[in-house]
Design a protein around this ligand. Structure first.
Ligand SMILES: [Zn+2]
Length: 246
């Protein structure tokens, strides 16, 4: 069985959540980590998690949506984490492609890190062109940290994994010319699969669905020349660490 470790079920426009979840389960994708992007969707994400036991919510402020008021929102974020004891923290991070000024982003990210450590929750990081800022934060990141939608260099991936953190892999890495080389270098024990649905579409303008996650696993297995079943077993083991199952 798989978990989709990063999906925004609140953002589907052309599918309803019930169908998305039901069809995914039919394809052995049994659990969903559903990050929010901004306080305005925290309640929607929380409601989905109440409605579907298969959904684990995550609460955070995505670096694209940081505003001057963001630092005031952390009291509210802490309340959400207390209210939802299984919730993760995220997504949060630093994106220097969208916003070349990393100072405020770093400050806001540090508040997420503090809360994740305080409440012992996994942390979901969105990092783009922020390798040096992120590596200076390595010492304070919780061990269960995922660098989601990883599409960086093999060296960067290895550096993240060397510190014990995880990489969230979705279809976007397959578009890279050196995808095979990158995937072959990574430690499979520290990766999780995700769709980032409805985003990261394989085909233009088509919403990505979690029912396609086994196809992603198959493509990765082909790239690194290991049997599909072997990869699936490793991924299941990785997932259990995050869900706190033995
Ligand atoms: Zn996301």
């Amino acid at each position: 069985m798989y978990i989709d470790s990063h999906i925004h079920l609140q953002d589907y426009k052309t599918h309803n959540v019930k169908n998305v979840v039901t069809n995914a389960i039919k394809n052995k994708v049994m659990h969903f980590i559903n990050p929010s992007a901004h306080p305005s969707d925290w309640n929607t994400v929380a409601a989905l998690a109440v409605q579907y036991p298969e959904i684990t919510p995550a609460f955070g402020v995505h670096p694209w949506y940081i505003t001057e008021t963001s630092s005031n929102q952390f009291h509210q974020l802490e309340e959400m984490l207390k209210l939802y004891p299984n919730a993760w923290v995220g997504e949060c991070g630093i994106d220097k492609l969208k916003n070349p000024n990393p100072e405020t982003q770093t400050e806001i990210l540090k508040k997420h890190i503090e809360l994740a450590n305080k409440y012992h929750r996994p942390l979901i990081i969105h990092a783009v062109k922020a390798d040096s800022e992120m590596s200076s934060l390595f010492p304070i990141l919780p061990q269960l940290t995922i660098f989601h939608s990883f599409a960086g260099s093999a060296e960067w991936g290895k550096a993240i994994q060397k510190h014990g953190f995880y990489l969230g892999i979705n279809f976007s890495i397959l578009r890279k010319k050196n995808a095979a080389e990158i995937l072959q270098t990574l430690n499979l024990r520290q990766i999780l699969l995700e769709t980032d649905g409805p985003y990261q579409n394989i085909e233009r303008d088509i919403e990505t669905l979690p029912e396609n996650l086994p196809q992603l696993a198959q493509k990765i297995a082909d790239f690194i020349h290991i049997p599909y079943a072997e990869l699936a077993t490793i991924i299941e083991k990785n997932q259990r660490e995050f869900l706190g199952e033995k």
